[in-house]
Design a protein around this ligand. Structure first.
Ligand code: GLC
Length: 536
């Protein structure tokens, strides 16, 4: 495979949509979403205009981390349905031209996975080395100071065999030992199983954590850590417990070789690293993941200057042939409409789907402006909230049921069913049904943006001609194939006047009277956006 074919593909012009399956639609009355529920809503995705759906884990799991603790990498948890349900969903999605991306969890399994059950049974079990076992430190206690992302030390004592095992997340999620070739082969076999079924790609859960320091050195202590306000994992800097040079050769490159061998499959890496360190995961000559998730917007300051610097900084670091990608939120982060308010979320949607070069990922519910739902203490489900109370680490608020219709159950579940997380107060406008035909709704904005994106090469593959700041306005000019399109976003709370590099030839989106097409000037009301075609 040549470098060119490795860095080209359907995913470059695609828009990805993440479904958190527990919260999409419940069809069997248990208050938890399921595969038939997703299948029943494929029309929504087709009408929205996305190209691929990424589904968070659906494998058999004790659900200690709601599916990110996998007990069988090639099965379907009965909570979500059957393998026949999955096959039907895949066929139905493909029938509508939608790609399906599954979540693969390589760093750890569930403690209930038969591999771990064997591994912990004795020192000489054939799978002992499939996980990471260490003796206690000479002075007693955990072998290193490594911290779990889910709260507390990353080592759990196993009384039965008198050793500690490593868990970068919950104790119920023991880390697999990717230095063991049998583990690598078994995990690649699991991926092959789904690829053979026709799955179009994987999102690789915390793939940068997969290999740890061979010498088990202590992580440096973080001098800036404030235990009262910072989560406990921030007490150390993950120098030796994450992002090791061996992740590429031992984990990512073999996965990419398999994805290529199966033909045109996509790998997305979930990698929370600063851009400079993230870029390594593209690999050389397309040997890494095609899309290492870029979370810069999740942590951004939403003002024109900061966004310009962030976009330029990211673009500057991109390796040759590397295709950008952008994310506003996911099942681990506070929702965009809560982070920057409903008006800000509209601007963010325009930026994500028209302003920015690269593959965007939309988090379910963001297309109707869903906000975080407050979770009363007796409804908390996320173990992170339980382990790190009050530190803002709980993820239930952004995982609440999708709001399809008004009324009890919100079309997520039957009215008499208790949903696994509260639905919150459903305003009459906050549903898919209400927004579907409402001009100016968040949903119709998304539909319009995705239609525009699809029809204009400048938007789905165009380069940047300019990324400028004029006062509170971010002005992005993109071009492709004799087409120039300006995307102007007013982050301020005053009317702004924007000077364009050439005359407006048409208003593609935004208040029709916002633009004065004969001039190089655009008037932009407070917190508004416009997309205009420019003279070439
Ligand atoms: C990823 C997932 C998160 C999960 C963790 C452990 O960050 O997105 O939900 O808890 O990995 O698998």
């Amino acid at each position: 495979m040549t470098e060119r074919t490795r860095t080209q593909g359907w995913w470059r012009e695609a828009v990805i949509y993440q479904v958190y399956p527990r919260s999409y639609r419940d069809t069997d009355g248990d208050g938890v979403g399921d595969l038939p529920g997703i299948a029943s809503r494929l029309d929504h995705l087709a009408e929205l205009g996305v190209d691929a759906v990424w589904i968070s884990p659906i494998y058999p799991s004790p659900m200690a981390d709601f599916g990110y603790d996998v007990a069988d990498y090639t099965g379907i948890d009965p909570l979500f349905g059957t393998m026949a349900d999955f096959d039907a969903l895949l066929a139905a999605a493909h029938g509508r031209g939608l790609k399906v991306i599954l979540d693969f969890v390589p760093n750890h399994s569930s403690e209930a996975h038969p591999w771990f059950v064997e591994s912990r049974s004795s020192h000489d079990n054939r799978r002992r080395d499939w996980y990471i076992w260490r003796d206690a430190a000479p002075e007693g206690g955990p072998p290193t100071n490594w911290q779990s992302a889910s709260g507390g030390p990353a080592w759990e004592w196993d009384g039965g065999t008198g050793q500690y095992y490593l868990h970068t997340f919950l104790p119920e999620q023991p880390d697999l030992n990717w230095r063991n070739p049998e583990v690598r082969a078994a995990m690649l076999d699991a991926m092959r199983f789904w690829f053979k079924k026709g799955v179009d790609g994987f999102r690789l859960d915390v793939v940068y954590h997969c290999v740890k320091d061979a010498e088990f050195r202590e992580d440096p202590v973080n001098p800036d850590h404030e235990p009262a306000i910072d989560p406990p994992f921030g007490a150390v800097i993950r120098t030796h417990s994450s992002d090791q040079p061996e992740v590429m050769p031992l984990v990512v490159e073999p996965m990419r070789a398999l994805a290529d061998e199966m033909g045109g499959r996509l790998l997305i890496g979930e990698i929370y690293l600063p851009p400079a360190r993230l870029m390594r995961y593209y690999g050389t000559d397309g040997s890494g993941v095609q899309l290492p998730f870029n979370f810069a917007l999740v942590f951004a300051d939403w003002n024109a200057g900061a966004l310009r610097d962030l976009i330029l900084g990211y673009e500057r670091l991109l390796p040759e042939g590397g295709w950008p990608n952008w994310v506003l939120g996911n099942h681990d982060q506070s929702r965009i409409a809560t982070r920057i308010g409903p008006g800000g979320a509209r601007l963010a949607a325009v930026l994500l789907l028209a302003g920015l070069r690269g593959t965007p990922t939309i988090y379910y519910g963001d297309e109707i402006g869903m906000e975080d739902v407050p979770i009363p203490p007796d409804r908390v489900r996320d173990p992170w909230e339980r382990n790190m109370p009050g530190l803002g680490e709980g993820r239930d608020p952004c995982r609440t049921p999708m709001r399809w219709t008004d009324g009890r159950g919100a079309g997520f579940c039957a009215p008499d069913v208790k949903p696994w997380l509260p639905i919150g107060t459903v305003g009459p406008d906050g549903t898919v049904a209400a927004q579907a035909d409402a001009p100016g709704s968040m949903l119709t904005l998304h539909q319009a943006l995705l239609r525009l994106r699809r029809t204009h090469p400048a938007l789905h593959r165009g380069d940047y001609e300019a990324i400028d700041v004029q006062g509170d306005v971010l002005l992005v000019v993109r071009r492709a194939k004799g087409e120039r399109i300006a995307v102007a976003l007013n982050f301020g709370d005053r009317m702004a006047e924007v000077a364009l590099p050439s005359d407006v030839t048409g208003v593609l989106l935004g208040a029709q009277d916002a633009a004065r097409p004969s001039a190089k000037l655009l008037r932009l009301p407070l917190r508004a956006a416009a997309i205009v075609a420019l003279a070439v």
